[in-house]
Ligand binder design. Structure first.
Ligand code: GDP
Length: 442
């Protein structure tokens, strides 16, 4: 779970507050001491923690909060607001230039996820009707060019490269010319990284920046490196100058120190976050939603957006029609499962639902394997069986169980569930028909 350690501790502290009808000044002070420890353990920058706690205390220890009807809730609200402010208050969008193409320059240390993020960003922009071109200007890391080409192929975005013998400044310039020629309105330059900050790298990046004058210099940092990521961000910000940060590997970050300190330390906003290795696992960063997730309040907006971008709307409409006319088959069921999977793991989805985060999620054993079995069972059915499950008799069940490596009980269970779903759909449509005829209250 995202920032698991931090989220658990904060939520435990707030549970105690919520349980009290009246709060005293010392209750709040005690809670703030716990919040402070939790933030420090999460590797949030020391100075950032101090400022944060002071601000919350100042607002929370007043008559207005303590004497309100829901003092616990009020304190949590203040923490939520201050945490949102800490991460930049509102979404910080990337901008586009008036003369085309818009140029984004991606910088960062080796292994931070820079090349992957180039592809993810290009893919996101493509969905927003842009025509991106990727430029391979990392000529030092072996295989960097090939890696970018592979990513480009996957998302069907062209990649401009000139091998590894030409100066990156010239590659970048030539790439931009190529974009103009081909009508690409956006270029994303993948630059070289190093294992550590060094002056030669910084100089090269400055040269590219001076020559191509990018609209946005985006720094990619690995959130799992905590305060190191923040220090890297500070160096790049001072030496190259950046416009925003892309925080990667948030999916594996149980602490959250980088996410909570990078903005306050560098004064540069986090613009995007990487949430996994897959191309789609990339999100716009919303400080308010992130704060809600950390405090266990869910994130319904992101969930809806995810559904909208991963679900095929045309398919959804067809499906609705099939449900209404009782033509819903196992093929459709399989399709649904696959679309769900594109949205992320069951746990990731549940985590965004208010009230499900934290402790509850830990106790909830979401069996992802179950889904794999269901898929295998459906895939072992013939076309006829999928559209008309009533023909699946005893011997067919045996064959399907054998073919899918499951048991007859598992096959039976799925068939039963499917039949129940169909029945339920029929009831709904019957009810709807009844209501339309105006005889609902008869
Ligand atoms: P570069 O050296 O900065 O170009 O880094 P790469 O793009 O090659 O990424 C390094 C590794 O991090 C690869 O194995 C990526 O799959 C992985 N990676 C990148 N972004 C993410 C992310 O958001 N989550 C996870 N879990 N892995 C990521």
């Amino acid at each position: 779970m995202l920032f698991e350690g931090l989220a658990e501790k904060l939520q435990a502290t707030f549970d105690k507050l919520k349980g009290k009808g009246k709060l005293t000044e010392s209750d709040v002070k005690e809670a703030m001491r716990e919040v402070k420890l939790a933030l420090l353990e999460a590797d949030v920058n020391f100075k950032v923690v101090k400022d944060f706690i002071n601000k919350v205390k100042e607002r929370a220890i007043g008559g207005e909060v303590l004497e309100s009807l829901t003092p616990g809730q009020q304190v949590i609200k203040i923490v939520n607001e201050e945490m949102t402010l800490l991460m930049g208050s509102s979404e910080s969008k990337v901008t586009f230039s008036s003369t085309l193409p818009t140029v984004y320059m991606m910088v960062g240390l080796q292994g931070s996820g820079k090349t992957t993020s180039c592809g993810k960003l290009a893919n996101m922009m493509k969905k927003q009707q842009k025509k991106p071109l990727l430029i391979a200007a990392d000529i030092y890391r072996p295989a960097a060019i090939e890696q970018l080409k592979t990513v480009g192929e996957k998302i069907d975005v062209p990649v401009f490269s000139m091998g590894n013998q030409i100066d990156p400044v010239n590659i970048a310039k030539a790439g931009i010319e190529e974009a103009k020629k081909n009508g690409n309105d956006l270029v994303i330059i993948d630059t070289a990284g190093r294992l550590h900050i060094d002056n030669v790298l910084m100089e090269e990046l400055q040269n590219i920046k001076n020559e191509v004058k990018p609209q946005e210099v985006l720094l990619v940092v690995d959130s799992m490196t905590g305060q190191d990521a923040v220090n890297v961000a500070e160096s790049f910000s001072n030496q190259v100058g950046i416009d925003g940060v892309i925080l990667t590997k948030l999916d594996g970050d149980t602490r959250g120190g980088a996410a909570l300190s990078v903005r306050a330390v560098t004064n540069k906003p986090i613009k995007f976050v990487g949430m996994g290795e897959k191309i789609e696992e990339f999100e716009t960063f919303h400080p308010d939603r992130m704060a809600s997730r950390i405090l266990g309040m869910g994130d319904v907006l992101t969930l809806i957006e995810k559904a909208q971008t991963t679900m095929d709307m045309k398919k959804a409409q067809e499906l609705e029609k099939k449900m209404r006319t009782q033509q819903f088959s196992f093929d459709d069921f399989l399709d649904q499962l696959q679309q769900m999977k594109n949205m992320g793991s069951m746990k990731e989805i549940l985590e965004m639902i208010p009230g499900v985060g934290g402790k509850q999620l830990k106790n909830l054993d979401v069996d992802e394997k179950e889904l794999v079995y269901i898929e295998a069972i459906i895939q072992s059915m013939t076309k006829g069986e999928r559209s008309n499950p009533s023909i699946i008799n005893g011997s067919r069940r045996k064959r399907i169980a054998f073919g899918s490596g499951t048991s007859i009980q598992q096959v039976n269970k799925l068939l039963k569930q499917f039949e129940q779903t169909r029945k339920m759909m029929k009831q709904f449509t019957d009810m709807e028909k009844g209501a339309k005829k105006g005889n609902r209250f008869k």
